[in-house]
Design a protein around this ligand. Structure first.
Ligand code: SF4
Length: 94
């Protein structure tokens, strides 16, 4: 009988090689923009959060490079690109 894996367990199998230059960042001054709050809801890795001051915070660690935040928020609030070759996520499941 096979064991069912949860999302966190599946994500835990992936390997990440971070680049010195983050491939996604919040544009300066856009931390309170309402469009950015969409990323808190849609990022499958949970990398965006809302702090007590009402600003969106972001960490690149664990990014799946899915592009969902780019589509949800737009490039007016986010700088978004893929990591350079050899860096980023290596999927290990499926
Ligand atoms: S690309 Fe995907 S995983 Fe990475 S921060 Fe955006 S929504 Fe999250």
């Amino acid at each position: 009988m096979s064991e069912i894996m949860g999302l966190k367990a599946k994500l835990g199998l992936d390997v990440f090689k971070p680049d010195a230059r983050p491939h996604i960042s919040i544009k300066p001054g856009m931390e309170r923009d309402p469009r950015l709050k969409r990323a808190v809801l849609v990022c499958p890795a949970g990398l965006y959060s809302l702090n007590a001051a009402g600003e969106v915070e972001f960490t690149i660690d664990g990014c799946l490079e899915c592009g969902t935040c780019r589509l949800a928020c737009g490039t007016e609030v986010l700088e978004w690109s893929y990591p350079v070759g050899g860096f980023g996520v290596q999927f290990r499941f499926g």
